[in-house]
Design a protein around this ligand. Sequence first.
Ligand code: ATP
Ligand code: MG
Length: 553
Amino acid sequence: MSETETPAPVSNFLRDIVSADLTSGKHKEIVTRFPPEPNGYLHIGHAKAICINFGLVQEFGGRCHLRYDDTNPAKEEQEYIDAIEADVRWLGFDWGKHLYHASDYFEQLYQWAEHLIEKGMAYVDDQTPDEMRLNRGTLTEGGKPSPFRDRAVAENLDLFRRMKAGEFPNGARTLRAKIDMASGNINLRDPVLYRIIHTPHPRTGTTWCIFPMYDYAHGQSDALEHITHSLCTLEYDDHRPLYDWLLEHLPVPARPRQYEFARLNITYTILSKRHLTQFVRDGHVDGWDDPRMPTIAGMRRRGIPPEAIREFVKRAGVARANSVVDMAMFDAAVRDHLNKSASRYMGVLKPLKVVIENYPEGSSEELDAVNNPEDPAAGSRKVPFSRELYIEQDDFMENPPKKFFRLSPGTEVRLRYAYFITCRQAIKDAAGNVIELRCTYDPATKGGNAPDGRKVKATMHWVSATHAVNAEVRLYSTLFNRPDPGADGDPVKDLNPASLDVIEAKLEPALAARNGKDTVQFERLGYFVRDSKAKGLVFNRTVGLRDSFAKAT
Ligand code: ATP
Ligand code: MG
């Protein structure tokens, strides 16, 4: 399974429902929607909802709408709207001409609210938010009816129209559905349908100062768009009776059905816009697209390809039971994709100088290096070799333990695409640190094989010191230092202080010359991508080559 994207769609209960509805003729085609609230950037949890909604339509035909749930102007911004569209497209999905907003329906929703008032099914409540909360009851005890619950229809209509006309301040009154204050389901205890917010709306300006609540706007928007399957996360399970109640009592043009699936949770990760907003606002990260953020924009900047996100969502599966997916599984999906697609280069993160004593001073040569062993079509490139090189500090040990096969005094190793070299001497500074190695090379081993058939136990990456380019490399680790951030309160105290390590690296010159935005592999080190915002030569580490969680936890 690690080789390719899983071929056939794995079955899940949503596919089964859709498939059965098409087979039975209940629906001729399916219509789904992805309904983000533009109050933050999309994260990998949203990617799951996007893949499910657009994915079902790709598989079964029909269409998927992008609909902004723009019902709270106090929290929503144009920046988020633009980012959401860019992110959905980048993930590989297209809503065609089906871009909608809950605000497109404000007039119709308002008319339907008056309809409910006229039928005696909604009333204007003058209780303060605190009084409403107090009277709502608890999980075990019913609520107390509002003293305004039995207002006459005419008075309700008059007050609601005056709310709309802007006569009252924020919070002074609400419109509530008149359902059942004794219901075991708190969502049915006269839920608020409209509230007053005197804040200009990005699309409707100051036309409206009353705004529908999500629960009121959502199902009716679904009906207006003839959504067949309205898919949302499990926390809306308890809202479904309200969703159905409203559709039942309003003259809507269609009867969508809501189905709930478990939200995506990942270890070491927070997927809540409220917290992500806080990290950005308080400067714990460098914006929404900080490569440590679980946002689509952050992942893109970290070099994670959209195919890997889609594949990860597929592997994580769709179910009704809540679960937490291991971060290692995400990294594995990223590696599996990049292993096939990424071009290979050489770079040294912690340089140790090597002088090849028998290589002629002042000369150099170009050696052939394979661009991608997994993809012969990717071809090869030239890598400069010279008398002075850099290797990785970790690839040398002066007094190696038994199983250390890389460079140490007297051992011979292969330099990838180049020659066998043997270490003759380690030069140290006054403090005793090794600062340079004196080595010799065997000219007969050009390309990395000895004509006499002798073997070496290690192949190491390197760069030519005279040709190398300097680059800043940003090594990212998890944003949190525990698998369940926020489990005992504020996740801010679980932020990993070592989540970013900035180093100066030496890279083969081809890495400075290429202007591709795609993620590459630094051989033996991991996957890296040019940072899309930095001016100089800066690379972000996308993911290491091996699972670091097994060791860490
Ligand atoms: P958050 O909890 O991060 O604030 P939200 O649910 O308030 O997210 P919306 O913009 O309302 O954010 O979400 C749009 C859609 O994405 C909804 O259908 C929601 O159920 C879905 N969604 C949000 N988070 C996840 C998640 N972690 N896994 C799966 N789907 C999610
Ligand atoms: Mg929401």
